[in-house]
Design a protein around this ligand. Sequence first.
Ligand SMILES: [Zn+2]
Length: 342
Amino acid sequence: MKRSFEEGEKDDLAERIALSCYNQFNLLSSRGKPSSNEWTHLAGFVSVKDDNTIQVLSIGTGTKCLGGDKDERGTQGCLLHDSHAEVIARRALMRFFYEEILNENNSILIKQEKNKFYLNKSIRLYLFVSYPPCGSAAYVSDPIKRPKFEHKSLNASGEELYLKPGKGFQTTSLSCTNKINRWIYQGIEGTLLNQLILSPIKLSGLIIQTNTDLSSIFKDIPVISVKESFDYGPSSQRTRPCAMSIAWWAGLDPSSSVITVDGYPLGQVKKLRHKQQYANSIAKCSLFKLYLQLMDNLSSKTTTYAQAKALSSSSLRNQFMLDNPQWIITDPNIFYSFTLSS
Ligand SMILES: [Zn+2]
């Protein structure tokens, strides 16, 4: 009896997490939201306290990924290649973490000493996704979506790696299933923020709106399916994917959500695209700027993004790369050689 009660509690919490993400999305301004015949996907990172109160930390929507022909070289870290909902939500979460640290308003990341933080021990972190993530999870849920020619399937330590489909050109971005599994393994904080925390930030669970059991796809983490569906997901009325992505994080005014189209801020004129001061606030260069504000031992003028990334010594990351030799790695010396220009 006790066990079923706990199971019921868990399911109820998962449904409430899904609803909290939908509600947060509904609070955002209409900018970047799908029109009546368009659909999108939603992802959100949420914290849950010991008493099961939920806080949505970040939200992402989006369905697009730029092809591999869109070269990041020379873009000064302003271009976003991958605008799938999960990836946008994670970037927004990074932004939230940096702002928490910089504003010394540490409720989620707790300060132990200068530039050493840990995840608040009284909270658990979950990722919610409004659909089975692209790649293996999507294919298991709907075999019709099995990869066509534009996907590339590689075998690496038993897990299949899939590239995201792109328009025209193949992308160089791995599927969200692959990326989420990497976050589950090594922590979600990434190589820059990793240098500011004491131990990797691990997810406590993955919550997915689906009828399919996806626990064999996402191993080593509880995977909970929820029923409550996203009003803006694909349907008979909503037949076209929305080209815009929305990012929001806790602390950002809901009317100021960050909109990305084709990798750049909505409406931005071409001549400003590679100027970092006009970049999307979740772009690499923008997060790099926040990182350098904290790392006062590094020169903000001469340190390249690649050099900053190389300072991370995450043993889990190193192990992940050893276990996944075919993981797509961007050559940092070519693509991440930019510095901050202002
Ligand atoms: Zn995806």
